[in-house]
Design a binder for this molecule. Structure first.
Ligand SMILES: [Zn+2]
Length: 495
């Protein structure tokens, strides 16, 4: 059965035929671009002159974490102490209270203990690397004498892990909820890091398999390093599981975050005079890297600080990935100029979050050393021939690629509307490529994804305005329809 999408303005991102007005599809694959003089379509879809692009992919997010965010109480980075405490009180009920999006200022365990001495309260910090908790929760994790209840990194993770598990069907429903929201943002695929934080490798992966039967989506799941053994024991193939599901690189962390001052920097933070921290001892790190390489697998490393990036480049040079595969750097927010030459020689993909720039500047600049050489240096990375993938790190940022495209091409801070490092701007077309060609590179299936050409998957995103022709239209552009595997998974309603 042939489907014809007609009356469109398709940008194929394929140089041999850059724009077409029709796309023909059969069995989930593109079979022809442009008008066809003879064929008749069994199904014709009028796309009303909309701009059509290859389906957008978010290269780094936490689909299940995002589904949980859509379900849990959100403090929305509020700084009004009384308003936060009141909100918590309203939602407080047994067996526990778990809220997200907290900024750590003002509130300590003393405030939370006044709300309840028996119901554990956990306020997860907006950066997901910290948590503020009450004594009832501290008792659960054996920290009976903690002075403030404000926890970071491993202690915060222990607090989160102490919350009772979701059932598998609850996980499935949270994944479906997340996917439906992503589809409404025009997203047809996502590379997600979830296979540890919830019910572990096996059950979380099964929840994804169940969810993808309900909500089609191209999911590519990173394997958390603490689940490597479970993956190897599962005897599952690496990479392709089914047309909607892949297993990807081993996810690890080299450092922390700027807001927790745990990103590993070459210059000290302005106030603490500290440099941040590595997440592992060098010995443990190398042992992990060797284990991953012995399994023949690539690695995806959370790397924010410029010193962290420099050291990671050295480690990947010392323990290279198997020929034909590539490693991934997640974030790469800051860099030293001298690191670029090391990076150029490595088979590396960078998962960048353009929205971090617009939401972290200028406050991040007030924390890090003014001597930091490169700040969200996307143009420098591009000129170093690195593959750049666009992503949101949702639930950290809103997974709306149009916001990412705006940040990558305009570099305007959300806080003061100022432009930062204009020399690092990407063109709007290159910003679109972050979420199409770039974000599909880690699937090892660029031959069938990321562009519109014969043989490629029928995944499309449609917008009401052509922001590539007129960049000023980006801010008022809406997603009109999202197609995955030739199925309409989202359509904007008229009202
Ligand atoms: Zn992340």
């Amino acid at each position: 059965m042939k489907t014809r999408y007609y009356h469109g303005q398709f940008y194929t991102l394929n140089e041999s035929q850059p724009t077409v007005d029709e796309v023909w599809v059969e069995d989930g694959k593109i079979i022809h671009l442009g008008h066809h003089p003879i064929w008749r379509a069994q199904r014709s879809i009028d796309v009303h002159g909309w701009m059509g692009l290859p389906g957008f992919v978010d290269a780094h997010l936490h689909i299940l974490g995002y589904g949980e965010k859509l379900t849990l109480l959100q403090l929305n980075k509020s700084t009004d102490k009384n308003a936060i405490l009141k909100k918590i009180q309203q939602h407080l009920k047994s067996p526990f209270l778990y809220a997200q999006g907290h900024l750590e200022q003002n509130i300590t365990k003393i405030d939370l203990d006044r709300l309840s001495s028996t119901i554990p309260i956990l306020l997860r910090h907006a950066d997901y690397h910290g948590a503020t908790v009450n004594q009832a929760l501290l008792n659960r994790i054996g920290l009976h004498h903690h002075p403030t209840g404000i926890l970071h990194e491993a202690e915060a993770m222990a607090a989160v892990q102490s919350i009772p598990k979701y059932s598998k069907s609850e996980l499935t429903m949270m994944i479906v909820k997340a996917i439906k929201t992503l589809q409404a943002f025009g997203i047809t695929g996502g590379h997600s890091d979830d296979l540890f934080y919830f019910n572990g490798f096996k059950e979380t992966l099964e929840a994804f398999e169940d969810a993808l039967k309900i909500a089609p989506f191209r999911a590519h799941l990173l394997i958390h390093h603490l689940e490597l053994t479970h993956f190897l024991e599962s005897k599952r193939p690496w990479l392709n599981q089914n047309p909607y599901l892949q297993l990807g690189a081993i996810k690890t962390f080299y450092d922390g975050t700027i807001s927790s001052q745990t990103a590993w920097m070459s210059q000290p933070y302005q106030h603490s005079k500290q440099f941040g921290e590595r997440q592992f001892s060098l010995q443990d790190w190398e042992a992990l890297l060797v284990r991953i390489r012995q399994a023949g697998l690539p690695i995806a490393i959370h790397t924010i600080g410029d010193q962290a990036l420099d050291e990671v480049a050295d480690w990947l040079t010392k323990h290279p990935v198997k020929a034909g595969l590539h490693d991934r750097i997640i974030h790469a927010s800051f860099a030293k100029l001298s690191t670029l030459n090391k990076l150029k020689k490595l088979p590396l993909i960078f998962d960048i979050q353009p929205q971090f720039m617009s939401s972290d500047l200028p406050w991040a600049l007030a924390m890090i050393s003014p001597k930091t050489e490169l700040i969200y240096p996307w143009k420098h990375y591009q000129q170093s021939q690195l593959v750049l993938c666009g992503s949101s790190d949702a639930p950290v940022e809103i997974p709306n690629p149009l916001l990412g495209i705006k940040a990558a091409s305009l570099r305007i801070s959300d806080h003061n509307q100022q432009v930062y490092q204009p020399e690092e701007k990407l063109t709007m077309l290159d910003a679109v490529k972050l979420y199409t060609i770039g974000a599909n590179t880690p699937t090892y299936d660029l031959a069938h994804r990321g562009t519109l050409q014969v043989g490629n998957l029928a995944d499309f995103t449609f917008f009401d305005q052509d922001f590539l022709k007129d960049e000023k239209k980006l801010a008022s552009t809406s997603v009109m329809m999202t197609i995955i595997d030739n199925q309409i998974v989202y359509q904007k309603s008229n009202h």
